[in-house]
Design a protein around this ligand. Structure first.
Ligand SMILES: [Zn+2]
Ligand SMILES: [Zn+2]
Length: 658
């Protein structure tokens, strides 16, 4: 009998066997209609084989495609995602073959993906590469031609011209009749790269992110599946696209945490997925960064990735000077020296950027007498003070529910509430007082039309003198007239409940510093901090990423954190807190018994930092798996007894610790 192994869209960690009726054509990767209990489902054939079933099988009802929707590479990816992310195979197939792909035979007009070369935007062929760029490009082109899976880490200081290297490498992949996947961490960055690449490459280039319409995504998906489109520029989910001729994968800003999928399963990391795809396709993977993740840095140290450095900036301008200074006294946000430098820029008609870690006005409002804090009843976290019409309000940063700012403490009637901490709005308010006449622009999660790049264009067009923003401003935007960057609160990130807090601080400071002095004029960076000697801050100030990594890696090893382990976060949620706590305790005890002998370490369980969400209580634990220890850990975790009232979610390589 011919048997089809079918992935069905159900939240179960297994595939199902069906009989293939005699005489039917069915190839792996084709969609099928199958009976599933009382229902009819559309599944995907993972494999077709000859065998004798132990018990009678139900029969396939229809084959829906005339050729495979997922090729063998796609099927391998689905299995890899299911294994690596502990996700139901049905969810993994759905991620790779989205439901909006209806017919594989829908016509695609490939002209829609070809941009005419616009005057003045001709390919930058005459452009002289730096020695570093030329050497890296030559070596990478050689690796590309080998047609075997290779990983390269392109470590280039800010403004060292990584984009030009990517562009020429992509052209090489196209010349070799291949396809290239170019991944960026933010949707708002994809459009400018897409425009530049389409203008320079002269082949069908596809833009991809989750905010595009279904028709546009369907056409892009089909054009890539058929090999008509040669390049895709996209955010995280582009790593899931079908690329039968894949020759080159590039992740720019590879350290960025946005590459991790949150929310909807599979909770993949686009970097791991991209590396796996390059391995499967025999393609070259290039991870680019000025401040690589310690995971990638370690790959290079171990020789599993080849390191290429771009130590020079493209222009002759020197790296910005960095000054570390203490924050001002109480009641003030910006040090006098920083204000002075801002005034200088204003008088010279140059632009400045101020980085603030939090949006809103203050970070915490607390009663001075009894310590009362207004916690969101739905999320259990302290609300943040925000500006509102005619005054202030309190807002939950998790669910965005708003409430009034009380005039006195609701608990003890004390009228003296203290608002502490600095948000973007407070910095803007201080600038209005101190720099009257300066045109200010705020750039944070509350800014309207942020995703379509409108505020970015306004700052680029010099419609503002000072940009005040959260870490969004540090992303790889290019603002030629910025000569000053101020970091208002370099310390706040160091105190996050996350083992990556030092790495993130170092990366953010180095990145935002890279926004300064990008064309011609030398830039300046002022960091306000109480901890100038901290290894993240001191090395960021010196611009020495290697020294930071050398100091941080031994700490990671000592504590058993990545890159020396693989983490799995276990999150239990349910409507009754005692049941959630009891399930977490029982599961952790079982895991300790099961895994104790294999070098795993389990931290927790404990109530999550965000103890309540959508009326469900949350407890979590962190499992540190030694090398080769992930698979047994996931098997053990999946074998834990389940209950209807408490749900257990597994997150491999977690970035969210709240
Ligand atoms: Zn009080
Ligand atoms: Zn809330």
């Amino acid at each position: 009998m011919r048997i089809a192994e079918v992935a069905c869209p159900v939240p179960l960690h297994k595939a199902f066997h069906y009989e293939v009726p005699a005489g039917w054509e069915l190839k792996p990767g084709e969609r099928v209609r199958v009976p599933f209990g009382p229902r009819r489902l559309t599944g995907l054939a993972l494999s077709v084989f000859e065998g004798e079933p132990e018990r009678p099988l139900k029969r396939l009802e229809a084959v829906l495609d005339r050729f495979p929707a997922l090729d063998s590479h796609g099927l391998e990816c689905a299995r890899w995602l299911a294994r690596r992310c502990a996700a139901p195979i049905g969810d993994c197939v759905k991620a790779l073959l989205p439901p909006f792909i209806k017919s594989l035979e829908e016509p695609v007009d490939e002209r829609q993906f070809v941009r005419a070369l616009t005057p003045g935007r001709a390919p930058k062929d005459g452009f002289k590469l730096t020695d570093g760029q030329a050497a890296a490009l030559a070596a990478l082109c050689e690796r590309l031609k080998l047609r075997e899976s290779r990983v390269a880490l392109l470590y280039g200081v800010p403004a060292s011209g990584k984009t030009e290297v990517y562009l020429r490498l992509i052209r090489e992949a196209i010349a070799e009749d291949g396809q290239a996947l170019f991944l960026l961490p933010e949707i708002s960055l994809t459009q400018p790269f897409f425009e530049e690449f389409s203008a320079c490459l002269g082949v069908p280039v596809v833009l991809w992110h989750s905010r595009l319409g279904a028709r546009q995504r369907r056409q892009a998906w089909l054009a890539l599946r058929r090999g008509q489109a040669r390049v895709v520029v996209g955010a995280r989910s582009a790593a899931l696209l079908p690329l039968p001729k894949l020759r080159l994968v590039v992740l720019d800003e590879e350290q960025d945490e946005s590459f991790k999928q949150e929310g909807q399963a599979p909770l993949y990391h686009a970097r791991s997925l991209a590396l796996e795809r390059a391995r499967l396709a025999g393609a070259l993977a290039v991870l680019g960064s000025a401040t690589p993740s310690l995971e990638s840095w370690q790959l290079a140290r171990l020789g599993r990735a080849e390191l290429f450095s771009l130590p020079q900036r493209v222009s002759s301008t020197e790296r910005p000077s960095v000054v570390v200074l203490p924050p001002p006294g109480l009641g003030r946000v910006l040090a006098e020296e920083l204000l002075g430098r801002l005034r200088e820029r204003l008088s010279r008609g140059e632009q400045s950027i101020l980085l603030v870690n939090r949006r809103g006005f203050s970070t915490v409002v607390m009663c001075r007498k009894c310590g009362w804090v207004d916690r969101c009843p739905h999320c259990g976290v302290a609300k943040i003070q925000h500006e509102a019409v005619g005054g202030f309000e309190l807002r939950c940063h998790h669910c965005e529910r708003r409430g009034p700012l009380p005039a006195a403490c609701p608990k003890c009637r004390n009228p003296a509430l203290r608002a502490s901490g600095v948000g973007t709005q407070k910095v803007v308010a201080e600038l209005r007082r101190e720099l009257p006449g300066a045109r200010l622009l705020r750039f944070d999660g509350d800014t309207p039309r942020l995703k379509d790049g409108e505020p970015y264009r306004r700052f680029l067009n010099k419609e503002a003198d000072v940009l005040v923003g959260t870490k969004l401003v540090a992303k790889s935007f290019h603002f030629p007239d910025v000569t000053l960057v101020g970091v208002v609160d370099a310390d706040t990130m160091l105190n996050m409940p996350d083992f990556r807090s030092s790495e993130r601080t170092m990366q953010l400071l180095a990145q935002v510093a890279g926004r300064s002095g990008r064309s011609g004029k030398r830039g300046e960076v002022l960091l306000q901090t109480l901890h100038p000697e901290h290894l993240a801050i001191a090395n960021a100030a010196r611009g020495d990423y290697g020294a930071f990594a050398d100091a941080e890696l031994p700490l990671r090893r000592q504590l058993g954190y990545p890159p020396y382990s693989t983490l799995v976060r276990l999150l239990w949620t349910g409507p009754q807190e005692p049941a959630v706590a009891a399930a977490a305790e029982a599961h952790c005890a079982a895991l300790r018994r099961e895994l104790g002998a294999f070098g795993h370490e389990l931290v927790g369980p404990a109530a999550a930092v965000l103890p309540l969400q959508r009326r469900r209580f949350r407890h979590h634990a962190l499992l540190k798996c030694p090398p080769e220890g992930l698979e047994p850990a996931l098997l053990a975790a999946r074998a834990l007894p389940s209950s209807s009232s408490v749900k257990l979610k597994l997150d491999v390589d977690p970035y969210d610790f709240f």
